[in-house]
Design a protein around this ligand. Structure first.
Ligand code: MLC
Ligand code: AMP
Length: 468
């Protein structure tokens, strides 16, 4: 699938939005797989001055209901695969006036062209509400302004020397930061090209790399693990690429070294998040140091502060990573409390990630201050899974933790106290089916007599992890 900036269709989508009575600031959800239609609708929504709400295609009805309700989505573009899931909650969403499915339905929609004057949104206008898992179990909408997105893509293109001659092999999902605001934005911003795949398939990616037209590949560590497996099984090796980038989860130094051995390339690891886009990067020229994420992108700042003291720490001291710059979001949608907790009046954003910085400016992420599981580059907040499992008949208490996993980095595991001795692990996993995306469902369920608690009654997750 060749990705060309779909200007005509983008404008067509903008006109159709206007024709449907949508105005500036209205929310439009994109709940569909990677495709040129996704990108056309994305650009068209922005051209119409409306706000994009990208939705993870694995989401089930509870997740969908929350996001659509919270964002007040008026129109959704979806595809045949996703439509039934959305149909299951449509009745609960009075604000959702229109659902358009790609294909014939979209063609009809595009004919509804309304008056459209070219009036681009301003830098301070809201561009996107990107939902990111929340500590309370409910995901929060990160408000990204047009100027945040522009600052981010400028910094990325400068740091990685992106040029119009580049051709990116883009297999990351477009509904998340990595695929969208790095992969797609960089391509469109520089006027480069991209080969867009519907989904990541290691064999297909390997073949595409062998074909020799790609200059860049971006992936999460799970994708690199699968590419390494593919390489081990094959004799032929891809020629040199200008740039391989890894991020969204930690890349192990072992994978970095094996990749260099088999592919002859040093992966550039970088660090980002939904609220900020890209924050830290290993250098394009210069040493790419395994196990680190390098230093701030151009025009940005980063620092390490004490978790309790909030004082700035020196080299090699572990604390919370804070970042500041024009890429940092404007706060959480309708959540001033959460915004205040994470975004200081001085502009420093508390990432919730722990790390340290070396004397020569390389940051290392050592852990998380927030209770977060990252499985294959997808974030899972234990509380969200616990809230669903607490409703499972036979479950008295539950604690969800992340355990190390070879393929996905971490996997979701649940320790369950049951009040029905006949309750089985499969039933617990099955119970989540309608409510949680597949990657959030526990891969492991252990039954325990009681959950370890401290004197205040709080579950001690590190003990749960050790016991699992
Ligand atoms: C899929 N499955 C997962 C999973 N992905 N399980 C655990 N963790 C995951 N990440 C499960 C599905 O639920 C399904 O199980 C089964 O695996 C097969 O589904 P699939 O769709 O065929 O999966 P697969 O193609 O194998 O997906 C693996 C993957 C994908 C690595 C290609 O997870 C992926 O695209 N990850 C990238 C996520 C990403 O873009 N993150 C960036 C966030 S932005 P079942 O039981 O349901 O049948 C960010 C900021 C930054 O973090 O810095 O970039
Ligand atoms: P998300 O909220 O989905 O945008 O995920 C952002 C989180 O992914 C960050 O807060 C980090 O915990 C994690 N992350 C991103 N890149 C890296 C990386 N290179 N190494 C370790 N963790 C990362």
């Amino acid at each position: 699938m060749e990705l060309r900036a779909p200007a005509r269709t983008g404008r067509g989508f903008a006109r159709a939005l206007r024709g449907s009575g949508l105005s500036r600031g209205d929310r439009v959800a994109l709940f569909l797989g990677n495709s040129p239609d996704f990108l056309a609708a994305y650009l068209g929504t922005h051209l119409a001055g409306a706000v994009v709400v990208p939705v993870n295609t694995a989401y089930k009805r509870t997740e969908l209901r929350h996001i659509f309700e919270d964002a007040g989505v008026r129109l959704c573009l979806t595809d045949g695969e996703r439509r039934p899931e959305l149909a299951g909650v449509r009745g609960d969403l009075p604000e959702l006036e229109t659902v358009v499915e790609v294909g014939e339905d979209l063609e009809v929609f595009l004919k509804r062209a309304g008056p459209y004057e070219r009036e681009l949104p301003g830098g301070d206008d809201l561009a996107t509400i990107a939902y990111t898992s929340g500590t309370t179990g409910r995901s929060k909408g990160a408000m990204l302004l047009h100027r945040n997105l522009v600052a981010n893509v400028r910094a990325v293109c400068e740091a990685w020397r992106w040029t119009p001659e580049d051709r990116l092999l883009l297999t990351l999902p477009l509904f998340h930061t990595h695929g969208l605001t790095v992969g797609a934005h960089g391509t469109l911003f520089t006027g480069a090209s991209a080969e867009l795949h519907r989904r990541f398939d290691a064999g297909r990616v390997y073949d595409a790399l062998l074909a020799g037209e790609t200059t860049m590949f971006f992936g999460v560590p799970t994708m690199y693990a699968r590419l390494l497996r593919e390489a081990r099984a094959r004799d032929e090796r891809p020629g040199p690429l200008r740039l391989y980038v890894a991020g969204s989860a930690p890349l192990s130094p072992g994978a970095f070294a094996e990749f260099e051995e088999l592919f002859g390339e040093r992966i550039l690891e970088r660090y980002g998040m939904t609220e900020t886009g890209m924050n830290l990067t290993n250098p394009y020229h210069g040493e790419r140091r395994p196990g680190t994420v390098g230093g701030p992108f151009p025009g940005q700042e980063a620092r390490i502060v004490g978790v309790k003291s909030r004082e700035v720490l020196g080299p090699e001291e572990v604390g919370e990573i804070e970042v500041r710059g024009p890429h940092v979001f404007a706060g959480y949608w309708r959540r001033p409390d959460a915004t205040e907790e994470s975004l200081g009046a001085d502009g420093w954003f508390r990432t919730g990630d722990l790390g340290s910085v070396s004397e020569d400016g390389y940051y290392t992420i050592t852990g998380r201050a927030k209770e977060l599981i990252i499985s294959g580059g997808y974030n899972v907040y234990p509380r969200e899974v616990e809230e669903v499992l607490e409703g499972c008949p036979g479950v008295a208490e539950v604690a969800v933790v992340g355990l190390p996993d070879e393929e996905y980095g971490e996997k979701v595991a649940a320790a369950v106290v049951r009040d029905d001795p006949a309750l089985e692990a499969e039933a617990v996993v099955h119970f989540c089916r309608g409510d949680l995306a597949g990657y959030k469902r526990p891969r492991e369920v252990v039954f325990v007599d009681e959950l370890p608690r401290n004197a205040l009654g709080k579950v001690q997750k590190h003990l749960v992890r050790e016991g699992s």
